[in-house]
Design a binder for this molecule. Structure first.
Ligand code: UD1
Ligand code: CA
Length: 447
């Protein structure tokens, strides 16, 4: 059955107390809307429509990043969930399959739950995703009779008996477009709020002779984000699951609770991640690599057997080949370190390529920025960069070349050459004591 995904995201989310639309707040480095879309994309939808509020270009952009063909419907006035879905209608013209409605602020719906809903469509035209939370709070309640869902009552309009019902509405709904879209026009404003409720569609569908039923999901996947506290709880839930998944696939996390992962972190089997490591977006760590404590990685690739940290920072474009070593207080950005390269202490390597087996001494800096533009540093294989070398880019150090400690290298160094770019040392025998005498005499402090 062809599917069209409609993701509701027009709410500003007042309780977030934010200048940003709610669905742009991030969990594990990706906006909520991206998580919601990804969940829905598991259904391989033929069409995707995001319903956004006015002035939400950034929401459209985030949606397009996930799904470039997504239609963006603008709901100019926030008149309720049925009204919101109705705004998607122009994008559903000529579409004959099922519409699946998701909320942009509910990031964790599982693909298997959505496919269970698709299966349930064989038994009923309208399928609603329900759950039984520990605290049903003010969720809409699902009124059932045997296998049938009779209607959904919003908490505000529910009778005391209906409020006793523990089966709640998640908001996720699936129904054929040809049934759902005309029903939206029949929805009347709710007496309690004046809003047009999508939930009213169930009773309307039944009145027209259609069936409705419920698929049960877990409370964890229905977690919605309405406040900063919810956002933190969603982050914690994501992290707990992502860590458990890594452990399951054979990654060692010495102290799992201290490791922060991104939505797209990939770590290979038998890799070791020590305590307090933060993975920003775009990191791949291959099998057998070690990320030592207190390191921060983002947009980086760490190959087999490489060792990073402790206290290392890999920024976007850091590419470590097999067995490379990046040690403490080293920052690497937009740079490739070939096999076996060592940058073990206190260095900055940016906009650079370093050949296999090269050793970069402590305190080395690629001076890549002249205040206007960035320039590249290239170092050949098996070179030796002396401690505290300043490599003033653009500059090239050849294969097997050496630089003396403390050198400022402004000119290319040919293969095999030794370059010294530092002041010559002057040594004055016995001068230390004499200098002290002079200084003391000047200060009037005597011996
Ligand atoms: C809704 C359901 C309720 C369910 C609950 C689950 C309705 C009427 N009620 O209530 O049964 O238990 O979700 O969380 O559907 N939105 C728009 N435009 C609008 C209104 C809402 O885009 O005009 C979006 C919001 O941004 C949000 C989603 O729809 O992502 C749900 O809206 P919200 O107002 O939070 O619905 P609830 O009152 O929580
Ligand atoms: Ca809500």
């Amino acid at each position: 059955m062809a599917t069209a995904l409609v993701v509701l995201a027009a709410g500003m989310g007042t309780r977030m107390r934010s200048d940003r639309p709610k669905v742009l707040h991030e969990v594990a480095g990706a906006p909520l809307i991206a998580h919601a879309l990804r969940a829905g994309l598991a259904l391989a939808p033929e069409r995707v429509v995001v319903v956004a509020g006015p002035d939400m270009e950034a929401v459209a952009a985030a949606a397009h990043e996930e799904w470039p063909e997504a239609g963006i419907a603008i709901q100019t006035e926030r008149l309720g969930t049925a009204h919101a879905v109705a705004q998607a209608a122009p994008f559903l013209q000529g579409f004959a399959g099922d519409v699946v409605v998701l909320y942009g602020d509910t990031p964790f719906i599982r693909p298997e739950t959505l496919s269970a809903m698709a299966d349930a469509r064989a038994r009923a035209e309208v399928v609603v995703l329900g759950f039984e939370p520990a605290d049903p709070a003010r969720y809409g309640r699902l009124v059932t009779e045997g296998e049938d869902l009779l209607r959904i009552v919003e908490w505000k309009g529910a009778t005391p008996e209906e409020r006793e019902i523990r089966l709640c509405n998640s908001g996720v709904m699936a129904a054929p477009a040809e049934l759902l879209l005309p029903l939206l026009d029949q929805v009347q404003p709710a007496p309690s709020s004046g809003e047009y409720y999508l939930t009213d569609v169930v009773a309307l569908a039944r009145a027209g002779g259609a069936r409705a039923s419920v698929v049960l999901g877990t409370e964890a996947e229905m977690m919605g984000v309405n406040s900063r506290a919810d956002l933190a709880a969603a982050e914690a839930a994501f992290q707990a699951r992502a860590r458990a998944d890594l452990l399951e696939t054979g990654v060692t996390l010495t102290a799992p609770d201290t490791v922060m992962l991104s939505h797209d972190t990939v770590i290979g089997r038998d890799a070791l991640v020590e305590p307090y490591v933060v993975f920003g977006p775009g990191v791949t760590v291959e099998t057998g690599a070690t990320i030592r404590a207190f390191s921060h990685l983002e947009g980086a690739h760490v190959s087999r057997g490489a060792v990073v940290g402790p206290y290392a920072r890999l920024r976007p474009g850091a590419e470590l080949a097999e067995d490379a070593r990046v040690g403490n207080f080293v920052e690497v950005k937009n740079a490739t370190l070939a096999e076996g390269v060592k940058v073990n202490h206190l260095s900055y390597v940016g906009d650079a390529a370093i050949g296999a087996g090269t050793n970069v001494g402590a305190g080395t800096i690629t001076c890549n920025y002249d205040g206007v533009s960035k320039h590249r540093t290239e170092i050949g294989a098996r070179a030796f960069i002396g401690s505290d070398t300043m490599l003033v880019a653009p500059v090239r150090v050849g294969e097997g070349a050496m630089t003396g400690s403390g050198s400022v290298i402004t000119e290319d160094v040919p293969d095999g050459a030794l370059a010294l770019g530092r002041a010559r040392q002057v040594t004055k025998p016995g001068f230390a004591a004499r200098l002290m005498d002079i200084l003391r005499a000047r200060s009037g402090k005597g011996a």
